[in-house]
Design a protein around this ligand. Sequence first.
Ligand SMILES: Nc1ncnc2c1ncn2[C@@H]1O[C@H](COP(=O)(O)OP(=O)(O)O)[C@@H](O)[C@H]1O
Ligand SMILES: [Mg+2]
Length: 375
Amino acid sequence: MSVATEKTAQQTAQSLTLRDLVKTYASRGRDAVTAVKGIDLDIEPGELVALLGPSGCGKTTTLRMIAGLETVTSGSIKIGDREISQLPAAKREVGVGFESYALYPPLSVRDNLLYGLKARKVKGAEQMVASISDRLEMNDLLDLRPAGLSSGQKQRVALARALVRNPPVLLLDEPLSHLDASARNRVRRELKVLQREFGYTTIVVTHDQVEALSLADRLAVMDGGVVQQFGTPDEVFDDPANLFVAGFVGEPQINVLPGVVRVDSGRARVEIGSGAGSLETAVTGVADGTHVTVGIRPQDCALSARGGDGIEATVAYFEHLLEFGLATSTVAGIEEGIVVQTPAEQTYEPEQQVTVTAAPERVYLFDKDSGERLR
Ligand SMILES: Nc1ncnc2c1ncn2[C@@H]1O[C@H](COP(=O)(O)OP(=O)(O)O)[C@@H](O)[C@H]1O
Ligand SMILES: [Mg+2]
């Protein structure tokens, strides 16, 4: 990228602020659906934020409201100090990488990419297109017509088109979903590097946590039209706000078990299963005898020979993966069992008698009914 383009982009880096943003879809003859239920987000200039959540949680609706492709029911959207929620899409200075965005069929991919730049008399447009297509590994697509492209290729063109527009705010909806695994990894890395270089304030929508964790400066984890937690990947992984976030982020999935808190001379333990034992927890604010939901990540559990402090378990199933093993163990009195991530060099046999341990600060407790984190 030339120094000149980098400079203009850096100068235009803007914050993006959402305040109590709501979207209700009301169509005649159907029940109204409130897809987005009051979202607040403060995105820093040049920051890359991932909206992560299951299908139907309101990610695309949020992005479309920012882009101006969907009206806002209530709330505010600001780029820098400028309120944009009532502006037409074309006046918002937002680059949109939606796959469904139409390309002009009679033009080659190259001319599609150049189209907007030439209309705005942007200097160095050809160089810019050449450089971005090089880095997104799509030089071989430049002379093709849109009709001849596969869905993965269309996706790369849509991404390139959003990037060359050089907008202060860039919105990408599932930008890599149609690429095969190896292309996805490479394009993801390049996207991150380009975003850094250009300094675009960026939102990437994804339902793929690996993509979100590897791309994002911060994640907004969404469910049911609400942001459940907004934080860095480490904050979201290490300090989940509720059971939904704990369960959605992390692979393999966190163990979720019923438990009862026992407090003895100021120290709390949580009993798991019927007489299977207990684990110490760093949680201090829960009364003796409270029934809770316990969350422990497989990465935070360890197995030792039967005996000592911890939960008595029996190995049911052991998988040797490349960098670690996974031991699924049964525990008396709980249906779910516990999955433990074990070191690569260890091997376990079915029926092996073991004790599961975990560091007290990694034993999370959640309200049995609301799923809110107890601390
Ligand atoms: N145009 C529409 N009319 C009515 N309901 C819609 C419309 N678009 C989306 N929805 C509903 O809004 C909710 C959120 O959808 P969406 O924003 O597409 O979620 P996501 O992108 O997270 O999968 C869903 O329940 C969906 O069915
Ligand atoms: Mg969507």
